[in-house]
Design a protein around this ligand. Sequence first.
Ligand code: FES
Length: 167
Amino acid sequence: MKSSNDPLWREEFSIRKSEERYVSRRQLTKFLTLTSLGMFVGNLWVVAKSRIRDTISYPAKWIARAGEIPVGGVKLFEYPAPGEQCLLIRTGADEYVAYSQKCTHLSCAVYYSEKRNRLECPCHQGYFSVRDGSVLAGPPPRPLPRVVLERKGADLIAIRMQDQPEA
Ligand code: FES
């Protein structure tokens, strides 16, 4: 509603302050439709991504010889592709585990603390279990992806990546 005290520029804008809070039925319908569509596309993406991940085949790669590193020791390697750093940890006389070194929070490099027997991310104090890669504390939303190892004689071979179920 125009008042005689309104400045001239107000005439050129079709929306009056008093009418700004009202959302038309058409605007609400448009908003709900677009939001629903966005959520639908997002869900499709999640389903497609999980299907794609299930069908990825990983190359087998020789990682180390058993006994090459001491108990509590670590060897860095790249898997499944060059530049994708992983950690091989000897947790016992004949026990080895391997994980991606990329923190599931913001991708900082995690390292193994033998003293505390856990994987630690120095960026925001994220801690992971060395037993299964699960999150012990901190902001990481998911466990560390595990590198599945196969033993062939004295050779340790990486055969695939395994995303861990969330706790
Ligand atoms: S990047 Fe690892 S806890 Fe934030």
